[in-house]
Design a protein around this ligand. Structure first.
Ligand code: HEM
Length: 633
């Protein structure tokens, strides 16, 4: 029998002594021994040089980059953990992230990776370059036109919801809506918008969240069983758990498992499994369509084959990993961005009105979806987007990089090898030497030559070889959505409303409830009364072909748009020169809302099926049927 000391069995006493030595005494000894020479850097808190626990506690507060930004006002470099440094000046950007920096992504990317690395968590330079080559066709700017159709389609679907919630304008002099009239959470719908958009762009697949108005989707478990789950609920907690526990790399895996004893963490782990199952489901469905011979200009096609049609022969696990990061990084960040920018616009009516003026000069009164060609070069729109991305970068997390074994000079200071270094985008963007009045929303700072010079200090998308590959997609989504929204609607937030933010790797946002009504500029047509066209259509016989030629062209299609009206006949009918939103509305009216979609031959010559989205509005057009009867508004 084991001997005892003060009644405690000796093996238990030994365990306690070992734990105290290992977790308390040893870190103190290592700290004072300082073999790497990191003690010259000031600690973030008294124990930061000895343990990651202070940073983990900070992470649980959900605002660590804000806190760091405040500390960095006094100190340009902070030791945030035994082997971790945070930098606080834009001068560090080039050294840590720039092209030619010898730093690599650190082990945190390794320990959170799945069975296969994806583009964002692969560390090895050669492997990253190989992946980037495979994906370059998928993310290339030449795809803009293809993406634009898909994005415009999602904006239409989103507007269907907004239209159904529109209220009367607030009475003159009233600034805030009656709480009972606040009927939509913009934040939730931006999530639906970006998730629907990226699955269409990436997989030519519709999740259908915007149409259904909820986020329950089908997922497939590893044993092949399917189940239903909430996609938003699956998406966010995974990142949250990682950001809370990751700081101690050595113990992360153990901590991750042990933490599941606590329900708070266990729930987050479960959501990670659900997210993987959603991705697995979407990937397999697309694979089945691929095997059935479907070809689309989407990410999946680029993953499977080169431009010449030669197979890439990627392992299935790698394909799924790439779809995972595309669906995740491609939706979460943009949803945050479009929420933040509208929030700032509503909080700054002067900015909103200047922006609306700019947009209204390029869009027609009744143009619903802003064509990207018309809005992509609007300087004030871009300034508003960039200023919001600067002030509240969707990914504020200091992206960790490891210095090379021989060490590196950062901001002129020698940093020893194999040290984790970073500068948070939020911290960099609070650097007053580059961004005066850094905490204020001032889009004007981005205008002109002076504005251009700020780009090198703007790291919302990171920079260098590991910078964001989805930049073009997000600017397209943001510009089209925000321009269309500002053109069409006025919004009002509840009195005293503040958007809540919780920092993980991304800045997760709380709800953003508001009410909307049409802008007076847009609302030149009364959409609630039956139009001349509606009356005409309801009187016409239910037979024959119908040809619709649109006079008002929001988004011109030079080739024919074909549509099928099930109530009339089953043939595809020509619909020339139509904005497809416009076409759809007309078709729905013709078919008394029993319309099942239309086939559009778009400007790239490809045919695409467009399911119905709009119901109750009408734009200006001319009509002729097979008996050559014409009607002009
Ligand atoms: C406002 C929107 C966006 C923001 C703020 C953003 C931000 C970032 C940042 C900061 C990184 C660097 C991450 C790191 O170093 O760990 C990154 C990388 C990446 N982003 Fe984005 N992103 C956005 C939109 C998108 C979109 C729309 C997609 C895809 C459709 C996307 C896909 C990726 C991928 C695949 C990487 C890894 C690139 C590489 O390492 O080569 N992102 N993004």
């Amino acid at each position: 029998m084991a001997s005892s000391l003060l009644g405690v069995p000796s093996y238990a006493a030994a365990l306690v002594i070992f734990a105290l030595t290992y977790f308390l005494v040893y870190p103190v000894v290592v700290y004072f021994k300082d073999s790497k020479g990191l003690r010259k850097f000031p600690n973030m808190s008294s124990f930061s040089g000895m343990s990651n626990v202070p940073f983990m506690i900070l992470a649980h507060g959900g605002a660590r980059s804000d806190y760091l930004a405040k500390l960095h006002k006094e100190r340009p470099v902070l030791r945030t953990g035994p082997n971790t440094l945070s930098f606080g000046s834009v001068l560090a950007i080039k050294d840590i992230y720039g092209h030619g920096s010898p730093c690599l992504k650190d082990e945190s990317y390794l320990i959170t990776a799945g069975s296969h690395h994806h583009l964002a968590d692969v560390i090895d330079r050669a492997d990253h370059a190989r992946k980037r080559r495979v994906l370059s066709a998928a993310y290339a700017i030449k795809n803009l036109q293809e993406w634009e159709f898909k994005v415009a389609d999602k904006v239409e679907r989103l507007f269907k919801k907004f239209d159904s919630c529109c209220t009367d304008p607030l009475p003159k002099g009233q600034l805030y809506p009656d709480p009972k009239d606040v009927n939509i959470d913009y934040r939730q719908w931006t999530n639906y918008f970006t998730l629907d958009a990226i699955t269409d762009i990436g997989l030519s697949e519709s999740l259908g969240l915007l149409d259904r108005g909820h986020d329950v989707v089908t997922a497939t478990r590893s044993d092949g069983m399917t189940f239903q789950t909430n996609i938003r609920g699956a998406l966010y907690p995974t990142a949250r758990k990682q950001s809370l526990l990751i700081w101690s790399y050595q113990y992360y895996k153990l901590l991750d498992k042990m933490s599941n004893i606590i329900p708070f963490y266990r729930r987050m782990s479960r959501s990670a499994v659900h997210w993987e199952a959603i991705v697995a489901h979407c990937s397999s469905r697309r694979m089945e369509r691929y095997k059935a011979g479907e070809k689309h200009d989407d990410f999946f096609q680029s993953l499977m084959e080169s431009k010449k049609g030669e197979p890439n022969n990627l392992e299935w696990g790698e394909v799924v990993a790439e779809i995972n990061i595309m669906m995740n990084a491609g939706s979460v960040t943009t949803a945050i961005a479009v929420t933040n920018v509208l929030y700032e616009l509503l909080k700054h009516p002067r900015v909103l009105s200047r922006l609306r003026e700019e947009i209204d000069t390029v869009l027609d009164h009744d143009e619903v979806i802003a064509p990207y060609s018309k809005v992509k070069n609007l300087p004030y729109l871009r300034a508003c987007l960039d200023e919001s991305l600067r002030l509240q970068p969707p990914t504020p997390h200091g992206l960790p990089r490891k210095t090379p074994p021989e060490g590196l000079r950062i901001m002129g200071e020698y940093v020893p090898g194999n040290t984790t270094v970073s500068i948070s985008a939020l911290v960099a963007h609070r650097d007053e030497s580059v961004f005066p009045e850094a905490c204020k929303f001032i889009p004007e700072r981005w205008l002109g030559e002076k504005g251009k010079s700020l780009q090198s200090s703007f790291i919302t998308f990171s920079t260098g070889a590991r910078g964001c590959i989805g930049r073009n997609i997000t600017y397209l989504e943001q510009a089209v959505l925000i321009a269309s929204i500002v053109h069409r609607y006025e919004f009002a937030l509840p009195k005293g409303f503040t958007l809540q933010r919780l920092e993980t790797m991304n800045h997760i946002l709380g709800e953003m409830p508001f009410i909307s009504h049409y802008t007076s500029y847009y609302n030149t047509l009364n959409m609630s009364e039956p139009s001349v066209e509606q009356q005409w259509f309801s009187n016409r016989p239910n037979s024959g072909h119908v040809e619709i030629v649109f006079r008002h062209l929001g988004y011109e299609c030079p080739t024919d748009v074909l549509f099928r009206l099930p109530q009339l006949d089953q043939s595809w009918t020509s619909l020339r020169g139509a904005h497809y939103g416009t076409a759809l509305r007309a078709c729905q009216i013709i078919a008394n809302n029993a319309f099942d979609g239309y086939l559009a031959t778009e400007r790239d010559g490809k045919e695409r099926f467009r399911p119905p989205a709009y119901q109750n509005s009408i734009l200006v057009f001319c009509v002729s049927d097979s008996k050559s009867k014409t009607h002009t508004r």
